[in-house]
Structure formats: structure tokens, C-alpha cells
Design a protein around this ligand. Structure first.
Ligand SMILES: Cc1cc2nc3c(=O)[nH]c(=O)nc-3n(C[C@H](O)[C@H](O)[C@H](O)COP(=O)(O)OP(=O)(O)OC[C@H]3O[C@@H](n4cnc5c(N)ncnc54)[C@H](O)[C@@H]3O)c2cc1C
Length: 338
């Protein structure tokens, strides 16, 4: 059981800055995110794109912003729980008990939901029979490419991930690339490279084809594909990879009894608390009159929510307003006190 003052759901820019604000006022927190890395939309959707409206930072990419936010919270030793989706919520006495998809459990005084547009999840194959092979020989993302060495891999999809992995894995494995259209949506240079590799016989390319079946006992042994004109082909394969992009899901948070309006959580603007005491919502996921879905708004919301969490973590103490320039306590927490 992980015990902390606050659990932050979502390691996007808003959740990360809120962790900083909690640390400054002497509260500890842990962060859960469904992705395998911190940064939310900035890292998942536009890591290389420049952002021009972060206060006092004329220009930085999504990746730079994320790494600076992580650097800023380093003094607080925040514990991250990545690849975990928050599932269940229970009130136990005056605290909250939260469970994740990976059976992690948290006992916290309050919760800050910084879930953005929801947890990013891969779009999956439409066939039910694919489920039983998931994460053993059928994957929607790659964590360790070495398992594919010298194997027979069938990659489905026509975007950048499908093309990049087809190119990469063709160096060490036998690759079939299957796409339901004739044209690809990935970068032109990658499309050209795939065509070259196909001409050289290093990638078996099947277009206008879709998955029609997967066979195997415990692991995938063969895959069936169907051409638009009805022809069915079956071939042996050790692994199936599907790259069809991401969808955003609010998931079980929707069932927590929060006031939800168009997939956002209603909050008050005094401390960004929701209709449930002790549960706060900040960033893209919260709604209130005049809400701007910008990173700078999320920073402000995180600062106020952190202060709102204080009374739940330390009910007998009074929180004093202080500046970092002059607060000895804040400087001590930051490890900068001279
Ligand atoms: C292409 C693009 C360009 C943009 N450019 C700008 C810009 O120039 N300036 C600007 O201010 N804003 C910009 N934005 C908007 C900005 O990225 C968002 O406002 C910001 O990312 C919101 O931050 P957040 O922390 O609230 O949510 P997110 O960044 O969405 O992060 C939320 C995190 O919560 C996780 N999560 C959600 N639900 C769960 C769950 N149940 N369990 C575990 N984890 C969960 C998600 O995996 C995600 O990592 C842009 C957005 C896009 C898509």
C-alpha cells in the first residue's frame, strides 16, 4: 500500500506542476499515469513542436517543457507509477483508497485529477480472438524490441509507428506489413523506404488487406488476412503488432460520482475542488465558466488545488501564504537554503 498526502492522477504538465506546488507547502504526493512516460499531451502528441505561450519562456518544445517540469520537482522525490490506469475509488474513514489496473493501492488524504483528455489507449484490433494473445505475442506498443530478433512479425497499420517499426524490425526479422489502404499516412520518406525494402524482398507488403483471424494455442502461430476483393491469405507468424493510433478514455473516473459535463469535471474556481470533498480536478479535464484549455491555466489551477489539499493532509495546521524568494521553509524543501 502506497501512503501519501495526495495522489495525482495524470503526469501531464498540469499534474507535474501541481506536484511542485504540493512540495513547496510541505505535502508529499505520488503520481499515476497510464502512459509509460511523464508529459501527457506534450510528450505523446507534440514532443518536437515549439510552444510559444508558456509565461517567461519565449519558445520550448513539448519535450523541453516536460523535462524542465521534471527538473523542477526533483527536490521533492516524487514517486511515479507509470503504465497504470486508475480504476477504483473507495472512501475509508477520512481518507481515500485508490486501486490501479496493475493492482497498486494508494491510501491518501486527497486526490488531484489531472487526467487531461483521458488516458491514452491504443486503438485495438476489432477481432475478439486477439484479446487472448495481448501482451504475450500480440502488442500495440513495443517496450523491448530484442524479443523480435530473428522472428516472423506481422505489423498492421499505415501510419508512422507501423512504418518506422517495419523498417527497424526488418533489419533483424522477417516482416509482413499489412495495411487496409493502398496509400500510407506516415512520413513520405518512410513510405519510400518501405517500398524500397519491399522491392528488395526485405518487407512483405500487403495493401488493401485487413486482419481476418489469428490462430495459436498459447501464443500466436498464424495470422489470416483478407483482401478488399475477398481473397484470404494465411501465413505463419510469431508476433502480431497493431499500430492504429491512440484513443482517449476517461474510463472508470466517469463512475466515481463526480459532476461530469461533456467529459470534463465541474470544479469551483476557489480551490478546484469537485462536488466530492477531497477530490480536486485541474488542467484540461476540469470545467468552469471561462476555462481556457491552456498549459498556463493548468499551472494556476494546480497551485490553488495544492493549497486546497492542505487541510485534508494536515487538518490541525494552518497554511501560511509565503513567497519562494523569502520563505525559509520552501527553500529548505527545495534544497536551496544557504
Ligand atoms: C497539438 C497540440 C498542440 C498544443 N499546443 C499548445 C500550446 O501551444 N500552448 C498551450 O498552452 N497548450 C497547447 N496544447 C494543449 C496542452 O497540451 C494541454 O492543455 C495540456 O497538455 C493539458 O495538460 P494536462 O496535464 O491537463 O493533461 P494532459 O497533457 O492530457 O495529461 C493528462 C495525463 O493524464 C493521464 N491519465 C488520464 N486519465 C488517467 C487515468 N485514469 N489513469 C492514469 N492516467 C491517466 C494521461 O495518460 C495523460 O498523460 C496543445 C495540444 C495539442 C494536442
Amino acid at each position: 500500500m502506497n501512503k501519501a498526502d495526495v495522489l495525482i492522477i495524470g503526469a501531464g504538465p498540469t499534474g507535474l506542476f501541481c506536484a511542485h506546488q504540493l512540495g513547496l507547502i510541505g505535502l508529499n504526493c505520488e503520481i499515476v499515469d497510464n502512459l509509460d512516460k511523464a508529459g501527457g499531451q506534450c510528450i505523446e502528441l507534440y514532443p518536437d513542436k515549439p510552444i510559444y505561450d508558456i509565461p517567461a519562456v519565449p519558445e520550448c518544445t513539448g519535450e523541453e517543457l516536460t523535462s524542465n517540469l521534471l527538473k523542477q520537482i526533483k527536490p521533492f522525490n516524487v514517486k511515479f507509477h507509470l503504465n497504470e490506469r486508475v480504476e477504483e475509488l473507495k472512501k475509508v474513514d477520512n481518507r481515500w483508497n485508490v486501486k490501479t489496473s496493475g493492482n497498486q493501492e494508494f491510501d491518501v488524504a486527497s486526490i488531484v485529477i489531472a487526467g487531461g483528455v483521458g488516458s491514452f489507449e491504443p486503438r485495438k484490433f476489432p477481432l475478439k480472438e486477439c484479446e487472448k494473445f495481448e501482451n504475450n505475442s500480440l502488442f500495440y506498443s513495443i517496450k523491448d524490441k530484442s524479443i523480435f530478433k530473428d522472428k516472423n512479425i506481422s505489423i498492421f497499420g499505415g501510419g508512422d509507428s507501423a512504418l518506422d517499426w517495419a523498417i527497424e524490425l526488418s533489419k533483424t526479422s522477417k516482416v509482413n506489413l499489412i495495411h487496409r489502404r493502398d496509400g500510407f499516412s506516415g512520413a513520405e520518406a518512410s513510405v519510400q523506404k518501405v517500398k524500397e525494402l519491399s522491392e528488395q524482398g526485405k518487407i512483405n507488403l500487403f495493401t488493401k488487406c485487413q486482419i481476418d483471424g489469428v490462430k495459436g494455442q498459447n501464443k500466436v502461430e498464424a495470422v489470416k488476412i483478407k483482401h478488399d476483393e475477398g481473397e484470404i491469405k494465411e501465413f505463419k507468424t510469431d508476433y502480431v503488432l497493431g499500430f492504429f493510433g491512440l484513443i482517449m478514455q476517461l474510463g472508470p473516473i466517469l463512475d466515481w460520482g463526480l459532476n461530469i459535463d461533456k467529459k470534463t469535471i465541474e470544479v469551483n474556481t476557489e480551490n478546484f475542488e469537485t462536488n466530492i470533498k477531497g477530490i480536486f480536478a485541474i488542467g484540461d479535464i476540469c470545467s468552469y465558466p471561462g476555462k481556457l484549455k491552456l498549459i498556463l491555466s493548468g499551472f494556476h489551477e494546480g497551485a490553488l488545488a495544492a493549497r486546497g489539499c492542505f487541510k485534508y493532509a494536515k487538518p490541525d495546521e494552518k497554511l501560511r501564504f509565503e513567497f519562494t524568494t523569502t520563505s525559509k521553509a520552501a527553500q529548505e524543501r527545495l534544497g536551496v537554503k544557504k
